[in-house]
Design a protein around this ligand. Structure first.
Ligand code: UMA
Length: 438
Protein backbone atom coordinates (compact mmCIF):
# COMPACT_ATOMS: atom_id res chain seq x y z
CA UNK A 1 0.00 0.00 0.00
CA UNK A 2 1.29 3.45 -0.91
CA UNK A 3 0.60 5.97 1.82
CA UNK A 4 -0.15 9.46 0.48
CA UNK A 5 0.23 11.91 3.34
CA UNK A 6 0.67 15.33 1.74
CA UNK A 7 -2.00 17.66 3.14
CA UNK A 8 -3.76 14.83 5.02
CA UNK A 9 -5.13 15.47 8.50
CA UNK A 10 -3.53 12.90 10.78
CA UNK A 11 -4.07 12.43 14.51
CA UNK A 12 -1.24 10.81 16.46
CA UNK A 13 -2.54 9.20 19.66
CA UNK A 14 0.01 8.85 22.48
CA UNK A 15 2.88 11.27 23.02
CA UNK A 16 5.61 8.93 24.17
CA UNK A 17 8.67 8.35 21.99
CA UNK A 18 6.63 6.43 19.38
CA UNK A 19 4.08 9.23 19.03
CA UNK A 20 6.78 11.88 18.85
CA UNK A 21 8.68 9.98 16.13
CA UNK A 22 5.48 9.31 14.19
CA UNK A 23 4.52 13.03 14.40
CA UNK A 24 7.91 14.13 13.05
CA UNK A 25 7.82 11.60 10.24
CA UNK A 26 4.27 12.58 9.27
CA UNK A 27 5.22 16.25 9.34
CA UNK A 28 8.26 15.55 7.12
CA UNK A 29 5.93 13.76 4.69
CA UNK A 30 3.70 16.84 4.44
CA UNK A 31 0.79 15.77 6.65
CA UNK A 32 -1.12 18.20 8.93
CA UNK A 33 -0.38 16.57 12.26
CA UNK A 34 -2.55 16.82 15.37
CA UNK A 35 -1.63 15.09 18.61
CA UNK A 36 -3.63 13.64 21.45
CA UNK A 37 -2.72 11.99 24.76
CA UNK A 38 -4.90 10.97 27.70
CA UNK A 39 -2.42 12.73 30.00
CA UNK A 40 -3.24 16.41 30.50
CA UNK A 41 0.39 17.46 30.67
CA UNK A 42 0.59 17.51 26.86
CA UNK A 43 -2.43 19.77 26.41
CA UNK A 44 -0.36 22.96 26.11
CA UNK A 45 1.55 21.72 23.10
CA UNK A 46 0.66 23.77 20.00
CA UNK A 47 -1.06 21.09 17.89
CA UNK A 48 -2.72 19.23 20.78
CA UNK A 49 -6.35 18.37 19.97
CA UNK A 50 -8.44 19.24 23.04
CA UNK A 51 -11.51 17.37 21.82
CA UNK A 52 -10.62 14.92 19.06
CA UNK A 53 -14.14 13.40 19.20
CA UNK A 54 -15.46 16.53 17.49
CA UNK A 55 -12.98 16.51 14.59
CA UNK A 56 -12.57 14.55 11.39
CA UNK A 57 -9.22 13.04 10.44
CA UNK A 58 -7.95 11.15 7.39
CA UNK A 59 -5.82 8.83 9.49
CA UNK A 60 -5.15 7.93 13.13
CA UNK A 61 -1.72 6.63 14.20
CA UNK A 62 -1.75 4.82 17.53
CA UNK A 63 1.16 4.31 19.94
CA UNK A 64 1.88 0.77 21.19
CA UNK A 65 1.04 1.49 24.83
CA UNK A 66 -2.59 2.21 24.01
CA UNK A 67 -4.81 -0.79 24.59
CA UNK A 68 -7.29 -0.74 21.71
CA UNK A 69 -10.06 -2.82 23.23
CA UNK A 70 -12.23 -0.66 25.47
CA UNK A 71 -10.64 2.62 24.36
CA UNK A 72 -13.38 5.18 23.68
CA UNK A 73 -11.45 7.27 21.18
CA UNK A 74 -10.47 4.22 19.16
CA UNK A 75 -14.09 2.97 19.28
CA UNK A 76 -15.29 6.39 18.06
CA UNK A 77 -12.94 6.49 15.04
CA UNK A 78 -13.57 2.82 14.25
CA UNK A 79 -17.32 3.55 14.18
CA UNK A 80 -16.99 6.52 11.83
CA UNK A 81 -14.67 4.59 9.50
CA UNK A 82 -11.46 6.58 9.99
CA UNK A 83 -8.43 4.39 9.13
CA UNK A 84 -6.40 3.53 12.23
CA UNK A 85 -2.85 2.25 11.95
CA UNK A 86 -0.04 1.56 14.39
CA UNK A 87 3.26 3.42 14.64
CA UNK A 88 4.87 0.19 13.40
CA UNK A 89 2.58 0.23 10.32
CA UNK A 90 3.54 3.82 9.59
CA UNK A 91 7.27 3.07 9.70
CA UNK A 92 6.79 -0.03 7.56
CA UNK A 93 4.68 1.77 4.95
CA UNK A 94 7.23 4.55 4.52
CA UNK A 95 10.51 2.63 4.50
CA UNK A 96 12.32 1.14 1.53
CA UNK A 97 14.73 -0.85 3.68
CA UNK A 98 14.66 -4.57 4.45
CA UNK A 99 12.90 -5.25 7.76
CA UNK A 100 14.12 -8.04 10.02
CA UNK A 101 11.52 -8.35 12.80
CA UNK A 102 12.23 -10.20 16.03
CA UNK A 103 9.55 -11.10 18.53
CA UNK A 104 9.03 -13.58 21.37
CA UNK A 105 8.24 -13.47 25.06
CA UNK A 106 11.86 -13.27 26.20
CA UNK A 107 15.21 -12.43 24.63
CA UNK A 108 13.99 -9.97 21.94
CA UNK A 109 16.30 -7.14 22.94
CA UNK A 110 19.39 -9.33 23.16
CA UNK A 111 18.71 -10.96 19.77
CA UNK A 112 17.91 -7.61 18.15
CA UNK A 113 21.09 -5.94 19.39
CA UNK A 114 23.32 -8.94 18.68
CA UNK A 115 21.88 -9.30 15.16
CA UNK A 116 22.46 -5.58 14.60
CA UNK A 117 26.08 -5.99 15.75
CA UNK A 118 26.64 -8.92 13.41
CA UNK A 119 25.28 -6.96 10.43
CA UNK A 120 27.40 -3.94 11.37
CA UNK A 121 30.52 -6.09 11.77
CA UNK A 122 29.88 -7.52 8.31
CA UNK A 123 29.82 -3.95 6.94
CA UNK A 124 26.08 -3.81 6.21
CA UNK A 125 24.09 -0.61 6.73
CA UNK A 126 21.82 -1.57 9.61
CA UNK A 127 19.67 0.11 12.25
CA UNK A 128 18.56 -1.46 15.50
CA UNK A 129 15.08 -0.14 16.27
CA UNK A 130 11.56 -0.84 17.54
CA UNK A 131 10.60 -1.89 21.05
CA UNK A 132 14.29 -1.81 21.98
CA UNK A 133 13.88 1.96 22.39
CA UNK A 134 14.30 3.67 19.00
CA UNK A 135 10.91 3.77 17.24
CA UNK A 136 10.89 2.43 13.68
CA UNK A 137 9.50 5.83 12.56
CA UNK A 138 12.78 7.45 13.64
CA UNK A 139 14.76 5.49 11.06
CA UNK A 140 12.18 4.51 8.42
CA UNK A 141 13.03 7.15 5.82
CA UNK A 142 16.59 7.85 6.96
CA UNK A 143 17.74 4.35 6.05
CA UNK A 144 18.60 3.58 2.41
CA UNK A 145 17.03 0.88 0.24
CA UNK A 146 20.09 -1.31 0.88
CA UNK A 147 19.79 -0.96 4.66
CA UNK A 148 18.50 -3.48 7.19
CA UNK A 149 16.14 -2.39 9.95
CA UNK A 150 16.68 -4.93 12.72
CA UNK A 151 13.47 -4.33 14.59
CA UNK A 152 12.42 -5.63 18.02
CA UNK A 153 8.67 -6.07 17.75
CA UNK A 154 6.42 -6.34 20.81
CA UNK A 155 2.94 -7.78 21.06
CA UNK A 156 1.75 -4.24 21.86
CA UNK A 157 3.08 -3.07 18.51
CA UNK A 158 1.65 -6.07 16.65
CA UNK A 159 -1.79 -5.79 18.26
CA UNK A 160 -2.76 -2.60 16.43
CA UNK A 161 -0.87 -3.37 13.20
CA UNK A 162 -2.79 -4.04 9.99
CA UNK A 163 -0.15 -3.64 7.28
CA UNK A 164 3.19 -4.49 8.85
CA UNK A 165 5.01 -7.17 6.86
CA UNK A 166 8.56 -8.04 7.78
CA UNK A 167 10.93 -9.36 5.10
CA UNK A 168 12.31 -11.68 7.75
CA UNK A 169 10.31 -12.72 10.83
CA UNK A 170 11.77 -14.46 13.86
CA UNK A 171 9.83 -15.87 16.84
CA UNK A 172 12.08 -16.77 19.76
CA UNK A 173 9.68 -18.31 22.29
CA UNK A 174 6.14 -18.00 23.57
CA UNK A 175 5.08 -18.16 27.23
CA UNK A 176 2.26 -16.49 29.17
CA UNK A 177 2.83 -12.74 29.47
CA UNK A 178 0.83 -9.50 29.18
CA UNK A 179 -2.41 -11.38 29.90
CA UNK A 180 -3.71 -8.16 31.51
CA UNK A 181 -3.54 -6.50 28.08
CA UNK A 182 -4.71 -9.35 25.85
CA UNK A 183 -7.23 -11.07 28.11
CA UNK A 184 -5.98 -14.61 27.47
CA UNK A 185 -2.90 -16.57 26.47
CA UNK A 186 -4.57 -17.63 23.20
CA UNK A 187 -5.08 -14.01 22.21
CA UNK A 188 -1.48 -13.14 23.18
CA UNK A 189 -0.23 -16.04 21.02
CA UNK A 190 -2.50 -14.97 18.11
CA UNK A 191 -1.09 -11.44 18.26
CA UNK A 192 2.50 -12.72 18.29
CA UNK A 193 1.82 -14.88 15.21
CA UNK A 194 0.77 -11.76 13.27
CA UNK A 195 4.48 -11.31 12.57
CA UNK A 196 4.21 -14.24 10.11
CA UNK A 197 2.40 -13.04 7.02
CA UNK A 198 2.29 -16.12 4.74
CA UNK A 199 4.07 -14.08 2.09
CA UNK A 200 6.01 -16.40 -0.19
CA UNK A 201 9.08 -14.23 -0.01
CA UNK A 202 9.11 -13.78 3.75
CA UNK A 203 12.07 -15.44 5.43
CA UNK A 204 11.17 -17.09 8.74
CA UNK A 205 13.31 -18.08 11.74
CA UNK A 206 11.74 -20.21 14.47
CA UNK A 207 12.90 -21.85 17.70
CA UNK A 208 12.66 -25.62 17.19
CA UNK A 209 12.88 -26.26 20.95
CA UNK A 210 9.88 -24.12 21.95
CA UNK A 211 6.67 -26.16 21.89
CA UNK A 212 4.39 -23.21 21.10
CA UNK A 213 6.65 -21.84 18.37
CA UNK A 214 7.14 -25.32 16.93
CA UNK A 215 3.36 -25.81 16.77
CA UNK A 216 3.01 -22.94 14.26
CA UNK A 217 2.29 -23.90 10.64
CA UNK A 218 5.58 -23.22 8.89
CA UNK A 219 6.79 -23.41 5.31
CA UNK A 220 9.57 -25.70 4.11
CA UNK A 221 11.86 -22.71 3.85
CA UNK A 222 11.69 -21.91 7.57
CA UNK A 223 15.10 -21.74 9.22
CA UNK A 224 15.02 -23.50 12.58
CA UNK A 225 17.46 -23.07 15.41
CA UNK A 226 17.92 -25.52 18.28
CA UNK A 227 20.11 -26.38 21.24
CA UNK A 228 19.92 -29.97 19.99
CA UNK A 229 21.26 -31.56 16.83
CA UNK A 230 19.11 -30.89 13.73
CA UNK A 231 19.44 -32.28 10.18
CA UNK A 232 19.67 -28.73 8.90
CA UNK A 233 19.42 -25.20 10.22
CA UNK A 234 21.37 -23.70 13.11
CA UNK A 235 22.09 -26.02 16.02
CA UNK A 236 24.52 -27.16 18.69
CA UNK A 237 26.90 -30.03 17.95
CA UNK A 238 30.18 -31.00 19.66
CA UNK A 239 30.01 -27.98 21.99
CA UNK A 240 29.76 -25.54 19.08
CA UNK A 241 27.13 -23.75 16.99
CA UNK A 242 26.78 -25.08 13.45
CA UNK A 243 24.89 -23.89 10.39
CA UNK A 244 24.30 -27.13 8.48
CA UNK A 245 27.91 -28.42 8.09
CA UNK A 246 29.66 -25.14 8.83
CA UNK A 247 31.02 -24.48 12.30
CA UNK A 248 30.20 -20.92 13.38
CA UNK A 249 31.53 -20.61 16.95
CA UNK A 250 32.54 -22.74 19.94
CA UNK A 251 30.22 -22.40 22.91
CA UNK A 252 33.27 -21.57 25.05
CA UNK A 253 33.80 -18.39 23.00
CA UNK A 254 30.31 -17.01 23.72
CA UNK A 255 30.57 -14.28 26.37
CA UNK A 256 26.89 -14.51 27.42
CA UNK A 257 25.63 -16.36 30.44
CA UNK A 258 22.92 -19.09 30.66
CA UNK A 259 20.78 -21.37 28.48
CA UNK A 260 18.43 -18.60 27.34
CA UNK A 261 21.32 -16.60 26.01
CA UNK A 262 22.49 -19.62 24.03
CA UNK A 263 19.06 -19.62 22.36
CA UNK A 264 19.43 -15.91 21.72
CA UNK A 265 22.80 -16.41 20.03
CA UNK A 266 21.41 -19.29 17.95
CA UNK A 267 18.57 -17.03 16.76
CA UNK A 268 20.94 -14.24 15.72
CA UNK A 269 23.16 -16.75 13.88
CA UNK A 270 20.09 -18.16 12.08
CA UNK A 271 19.03 -14.71 10.91
CA UNK A 272 22.56 -13.80 9.84
CA UNK A 273 23.23 -16.90 7.76
CA UNK A 274 20.02 -16.19 5.81
CA UNK A 275 21.81 -13.09 4.50
CA UNK A 276 25.01 -15.05 3.74
CA UNK A 277 27.02 -13.27 6.41
CA UNK A 278 30.35 -15.06 6.71
CA UNK A 279 31.05 -17.08 9.89
CA UNK A 280 34.14 -14.92 10.49
CA UNK A 281 31.98 -11.79 11.04
CA UNK A 282 29.32 -13.63 13.03
CA UNK A 283 31.95 -15.03 15.35
CA UNK A 284 33.74 -11.69 15.72
CA UNK A 285 30.50 -9.87 16.60
CA UNK A 286 29.46 -12.51 19.16
CA UNK A 287 32.87 -12.54 20.86
CA UNK A 288 32.79 -8.74 21.22
CA UNK A 289 29.12 -8.53 22.25
CA UNK A 290 28.15 -7.00 25.59
CA UNK A 291 24.74 -8.17 26.82
CA UNK A 292 22.15 -5.41 27.33
CA UNK A 293 21.74 -4.36 30.98
CA UNK A 294 19.24 -5.93 33.44
CA UNK A 295 19.22 -9.31 31.69
CA UNK A 296 20.81 -11.74 34.12
CA UNK A 297 23.55 -9.16 34.48
CA UNK A 298 26.28 -9.96 36.97
CA UNK A 299 26.39 -6.93 39.27
CA UNK A 300 29.28 -7.87 41.57
CA UNK A 301 29.85 -9.26 45.06
CA UNK A 302 28.08 -8.05 48.21
CA UNK A 303 29.57 -9.38 51.47
CA UNK A 304 30.88 -12.23 49.30
CA UNK A 305 27.48 -13.09 47.74
CA UNK A 306 27.28 -12.88 43.93
CA UNK A 307 24.50 -10.54 42.81
CA UNK A 308 22.53 -10.77 39.56
CA UNK A 309 20.12 -8.21 38.09
CA UNK A 310 17.44 -9.75 35.85
CA UNK A 311 14.94 -6.93 36.25
CA UNK A 312 13.83 -7.65 32.67
CA UNK A 313 12.46 -11.01 33.90
CA UNK A 314 8.92 -9.59 34.02
CA UNK A 315 7.12 -12.91 33.45
CA UNK A 316 7.21 -16.42 34.92
CA UNK A 317 9.14 -18.08 32.10
CA UNK A 318 11.92 -15.47 32.25
CA UNK A 319 12.18 -15.93 36.02
CA UNK A 320 12.35 -19.72 35.64
CA UNK A 321 15.11 -19.50 33.09
CA UNK A 322 17.11 -17.17 35.37
CA UNK A 323 16.71 -19.63 38.27
CA UNK A 324 17.70 -22.55 36.06
CA UNK A 325 20.76 -20.69 34.74
CA UNK A 326 22.07 -19.86 38.25
CA UNK A 327 20.80 -22.96 40.07
CA UNK A 328 18.34 -22.82 42.98
CA UNK A 329 20.83 -23.87 45.69
CA UNK A 330 21.91 -21.03 48.02
CA UNK A 331 19.76 -18.62 46.04
CA UNK A 332 18.03 -15.60 47.56
CA UNK A 333 15.36 -14.64 45.06
CA UNK A 334 13.50 -11.32 44.96
CA UNK A 335 10.02 -11.64 43.47
CA UNK A 336 7.33 -8.99 43.10
CA UNK A 337 6.07 -5.82 41.48
CA UNK A 338 2.95 -5.44 39.41
CA UNK A 339 1.32 -8.70 38.38
CA UNK A 340 0.40 -8.96 34.69
CA UNK A 341 -2.30 -11.54 35.52
CA UNK A 342 0.20 -14.40 35.58
CA UNK A 343 -0.01 -17.32 38.02
CA UNK A 344 3.02 -17.91 40.26
CA UNK A 345 2.51 -21.64 40.93
CA UNK A 346 5.03 -22.62 38.27
CA UNK A 347 7.84 -21.02 40.29
CA UNK A 348 6.96 -22.92 43.46
CA UNK A 349 5.78 -26.30 42.19
CA UNK A 350 9.28 -27.12 40.86
CA UNK A 351 10.62 -28.20 44.26
CA UNK A 352 13.38 -25.63 44.17
CA UNK A 353 15.55 -25.44 47.24
CA UNK A 354 15.76 -21.65 47.59
CA UNK A 355 17.78 -20.20 50.45
CA UNK A 356 15.22 -17.42 50.86
CA UNK A 357 12.25 -15.99 48.96
CA UNK A 358 11.71 -12.25 49.35
CA UNK A 359 8.31 -10.98 48.09
CA UNK A 360 7.50 -7.33 47.54
CA UNK A 361 5.26 -4.78 45.86
CA UNK A 362 1.67 -4.95 44.70
CA UNK A 363 1.91 -8.66 43.88
CA UNK A 364 3.92 -9.40 47.04
CA UNK A 365 1.02 -10.86 49.03
CA UNK A 366 -0.12 -13.09 46.16
CA UNK A 367 3.41 -14.44 45.65
CA UNK A 368 3.86 -14.89 49.42
CA UNK A 369 0.57 -16.87 49.70
CA UNK A 370 1.50 -19.01 46.71
CA UNK A 371 4.95 -19.82 48.16
CA UNK A 372 3.37 -20.75 51.54
CA UNK A 373 0.94 -23.07 49.69
CA UNK A 374 3.94 -25.04 48.38
CA UNK A 375 5.62 -25.25 51.81
CA UNK A 376 8.18 -22.46 51.53
CA UNK A 377 8.96 -19.85 54.23
CA UNK A 378 8.98 -16.58 52.30
CA UNK A 379 9.34 -13.08 53.72
CA UNK A 380 7.24 -10.16 52.59
CA UNK A 381 8.24 -6.50 52.15
CA UNK A 382 6.26 -3.46 51.07
CA UNK A 383 8.77 -2.34 48.45
CA UNK A 384 11.65 -3.78 46.43
CA UNK A 385 14.01 -1.37 48.11
CA UNK A 386 13.20 -2.86 51.54
CA UNK A 387 13.63 -6.39 50.18
CA UNK A 388 17.03 -5.38 48.74
CA UNK A 389 18.30 -4.02 52.06
CA UNK A 390 17.22 -7.25 53.77
CA UNK A 391 18.94 -9.40 51.12
CA UNK A 392 22.11 -7.39 51.64
CA UNK A 393 21.92 -7.83 55.41
CA UNK A 394 21.96 -11.64 55.14
CA UNK A 395 24.46 -11.89 52.26
CA UNK A 396 27.54 -14.07 52.65
CA UNK A 397 30.05 -15.75 50.36
CA UNK A 398 27.99 -18.97 50.03
CA UNK A 399 24.95 -17.14 48.60
CA UNK A 400 23.68 -15.76 45.30
CA UNK A 401 21.19 -12.89 45.20
CA UNK A 402 18.90 -12.69 42.20
CA UNK A 403 16.35 -10.05 41.20
CA UNK A 404 14.14 -11.87 38.67
CA UNK A 405 10.79 -10.48 39.82
CA UNK A 406 8.30 -12.18 37.43
CA UNK A 407 6.27 -8.95 37.43
CA UNK A 408 6.18 -5.55 35.78
CA UNK A 409 7.83 -2.67 37.62
CA UNK A 410 5.19 0.07 37.38
CA UNK A 411 3.87 -0.18 40.97
CA UNK A 412 7.18 1.21 42.28
CA UNK A 413 9.26 2.34 39.28
CA UNK A 414 8.91 4.04 35.89
CA UNK A 415 10.32 1.00 34.05
CA UNK A 416 12.17 -2.28 34.50
CA UNK A 417 15.44 -0.46 33.78
CA UNK A 418 14.91 2.06 36.60
CA UNK A 419 14.08 -0.90 38.89
CA UNK A 420 17.29 -2.65 37.81
CA UNK A 421 19.39 0.47 38.35
CA UNK A 422 17.97 0.98 41.86
CA UNK A 423 18.61 -2.69 42.67
CA UNK A 424 22.22 -2.39 41.54
CA UNK A 425 22.75 0.90 43.37
CA UNK A 426 21.40 -0.52 46.66
CA UNK A 427 23.44 -3.67 46.29
CA UNK A 428 26.64 -1.79 45.49
CA UNK A 429 26.00 0.76 48.24
CA UNK A 430 25.75 3.80 45.95
CA UNK A 431 21.96 4.33 46.16
CA UNK A 432 21.91 6.83 49.04
CA UNK A 433 24.64 8.98 47.47
CA UNK A 434 22.92 8.99 44.06
CA UNK A 435 19.53 9.66 45.67
CA UNK A 436 20.99 12.70 47.46
CA UNK A 437 22.42 14.01 44.18
CA UNK A 438 19.03 13.50 42.46
N1 UMA B 1 -1.17 6.89 26.56
C1 UMA B 1 -2.45 7.37 26.38
N2 UMA B 1 -3.49 6.51 26.57
C2 UMA B 1 -3.29 5.20 26.90
C3 UMA B 1 -1.98 4.72 27.08
C4 UMA B 1 -0.94 5.59 26.89
O1 UMA B 1 -2.66 8.55 26.06
O2 UMA B 1 -4.29 4.47 27.03
C5 UMA B 1 -0.06 7.83 26.40
C6 UMA B 1 0.71 8.06 27.68
O3 UMA B 1 0.12 9.11 28.43
C7 UMA B 1 2.08 8.46 27.17
C8 UMA B 1 2.17 7.74 25.83
O4 UMA B 1 0.88 7.26 25.50
O5 UMA B 1 2.21 9.84 26.98
C9 UMA B 1 3.12 6.58 25.95
O6 UMA B 1 3.11 5.86 24.75
P1 UMA B 1 3.56 4.34 24.75
O7 UMA B 1 3.05 3.68 25.99
O8 UMA B 1 3.22 3.74 23.46
O9 UMA B 1 5.14 4.44 25.00
P2 UMA B 1 6.33 4.98 24.10
O10 UMA B 1 7.07 5.97 24.92
O11 UMA B 1 5.91 5.38 22.76
O12 UMA B 1 7.25 3.66 24.04
C10 UMA B 1 6.86 2.58 23.20
C11 UMA B 1 7.03 1.26 23.94
N3 UMA B 1 6.20 1.25 25.13
C12 UMA B 1 5.17 0.40 25.26
O13 UMA B 1 4.91 -0.42 24.42
C13 UMA B 1 4.40 0.48 26.53
C14 UMA B 1 8.47 1.07 24.33
O14 UMA B 1 8.64 -0.22 24.87
C15 UMA B 1 9.35 1.17 23.09
O15 UMA B 1 10.72 1.11 23.47
C16 UMA B 1 9.08 2.44 22.34
O16 UMA B 1 7.67 2.57 22.05
C17 UMA B 1 9.83 2.52 21.00
O17 UMA B 1 9.35 1.60 20.08
C18 UMA B 1 8.78 -0.31 26.31
C19 UMA B 1 7.98 -1.49 26.84
O18 UMA B 1 7.80 -1.57 28.05
C20 UMA B 1 10.25 -0.50 26.67
N4 UMA B 1 7.54 -2.43 26.00
C21 UMA B 1 6.80 -3.59 26.46
C22 UMA B 1 7.75 -4.72 26.80
O19 UMA B 1 8.92 -4.71 26.35
O20 UMA B 1 7.31 -5.67 27.52
C23 UMA B 1 5.87 -4.06 25.35
Amino acid sequence: MKLKLKGKKVLVYGMGISGQSASKLLHDEGACVSIYDDENRFSNIFNFEKNPFMKNFDLIVVSPGIKLIGNQLIAHFTMNGTPIISELDLGYLLTKSTIIAITGTNGKTTVTSLTGEIFKTAGKESYVCGNIGLPICSVATKASKKAFLVCEVSNFQLEGSKFFKADDACILNIAPDHIDRHGSFDEYFRVKKKILTNRRRQKVVLNFDDNFVNSINFSKKTMFFSKKLLNKGVFVKNNAIYYNKTKIISLNDIPLFGEKNLENVLASVAISVQYNIKPYYIRKAIINFKAPAHRLEFVGYVNGASVFDDSKATNISATLSAINSLGDQNLIILLGGLNKDCKFDEIFNENYNFEQILCFGQAGQEIYDCAIKYGYNPLIFKTMKEACYYAKSIANEKLKILLAPACASFDEFASYSVRGEVFKEIMLGTFEKIEMAR
